[in-house]
Design a protein around this ligand. Structure first.
Ligand SMILES: *Cc1c(COP(=O)(O)O)cnc(C)c1O
Length: 373
């Protein structure tokens, strides 16, 4: 039997990612592939950098996209900055904070965990107390938007506390970028990573990262080589910013970078603040509808992410059956619970191109019918 071409079904993606991709981004992907050292491509990469600086609200020279998904951006931040000599305070309030712990342990650095409640923001006072108890700590890491629970932490306050204790800050902004306020320079974030597939309306597979001058200095002066050759940012930087003498490091995912470029142009045209406001407006509309269906949020109202709405599954309702019904009858994907919330919650994403009126209406109508059945 000859295997035929693959044509995916047309779905509406309202889970934790990947989220709906804009048709403009999809058409950018289909443009002709050119060489990754072609002067036209090099000029486009410079624009991607500039657009990322705007999206992240930073002037950091060390800003680029890692050629791999958000998890690789996470790893790039940890393996470049941290050595076994360091002490890292990791604030954990969900699955992605646990992955930060995994990174620190694999590097062999000293780890201090600030255990937070799943479904709540990270408690700034708990971080403060931990830093007082561990004066040797020199890094603080936390997740800004915890996609596993839908909780938004106060990145500005957490970074301010870290700075009072002379720590560098590492922030996971995979789900926050484009969806909620994020100001890398003003909030004193030293290393930040994100993802193309959450609130940027882009395909999965790229991870924007940015390092402050101070973080760049730490990377340049580390005594031992970064254990990952591919993620060694001092090598990658020569590729992204060779200033005329761009050197080969790896072959950039050329068409995926067209897609990221297009999504960032869209973000620039919409305006960052307008994008944040759109996510909030759609969230308000969705939460009013969810309340009418009797669905309760996990996260208290003032700590909620607009772009990730986690609600408890009502008693007696079959989790998998409902999600199957939505997929089969409405071509609609919502997310299952993760970690501590597996089988107990649904995660409804309103990310990027998915944060639109018609999606909110579809999701509420489909859920109402599913719950009736
Ligand atoms: C999705 C996500 C990641 C991982 O990104 P991938 O693109 O799946 O590798 C990391 N952190 C958070 C908070 C996420 O939501």
């Amino acid at each position: 039997m000859t295997i035929q071409s693959f044509f995916p079904p047309q779905r509406t993606l309202m889970g934790p990612g990947p989220s709906d991709v804009s048709p403009r981004v999809l058409s950018a992907l289909a443009r002709p592939t050119i060489g990754h050292l072609d002067p036209n491509f090099v000029a486009m990469m410079d624009e991607v950098k500039e657009l990322l600086q705007y999206a992240l609200q930073t002037k950091n020279k060390f800003t680029m996209a890692v050629s791999a998904p958000g998890s690789a951006g996470m790893e790039a931040c940890f393996v470049n900055l941290i050595t076994p000599e360091d002490t890292v305070v990791v604030c954990v309030n969900g699955v992605f904070g646990m992955r930060m712990i995994e990174n620190v342990n694999r590097i062999g650095a000293k780890l201090v965990v600030v255990e937070g409640e799943w479904g709540r923001a990270v408690d700034p006072q708990a971080l403060e107390a931990s830093l007082k108890e561990n004066p040797q700590a020199n890094f603080v890491a936390f997740v800004h938007a915890e996609t596993s629970t839908g909780a938004l932490s106060d990145a500005k306050a957490l970074c301010a506390i870290a700075k009072e204790h002379d720590c560098l800050t590492i922030v996971d902004a995979v789900t926050s970028l484009g969806g909620v306020e994020l100001r890398v320079d003003e909030w004193q974030i030293d290393a930040v990573y994100s993802g193309s597939q959450k609130c940027l309306s882009c395909v999965p597979g790229l991870s924007p990262v940015s390092f402050s001058d101070k973080a760049a200095e730490v990377i340049q002066n580390r005594g031992i080589a970064v254990q990952s050759w591919f993620l060694d940012q001092s090598l990658v930087m020569g590729y992204w910013s060779g200033e005329g003498k761009r050197s080969y490091h790896h072959t950039a995912p050329v068409n995926s970078l067209y897609a990221l470029h297009e999504s960032l142009v869209m973000l620039q045209n919409e305006g960052l603040e307008n994008s944040w406001a759109r996510h909030k407006t759609m969230h308000d509309k969705l939460s009013t509808g969810l309340a009418k269906l009797g669905l309760e949020f996990i996260v208290p109202a003032d700590e909620r992410l607009p772009q990730l709405n986690a609600v408890y599954i009502p008693q007696g309702i079959d989790d998998a059956k409902v999600r199957e019904f939505l997929l089969n009858e409405f071509n609609l994907e919502i997310g299952a619970g993760l970690g501590a919330f597996a089988g107990k919650a649904w995660r409804i994403g309103l990310m990027g191109y998915a944060a639109r009126n018609e999606n909110v209406t579809l999701c509420l109508a489909a859920l109402e019918e599913a719950l009736k059945q």
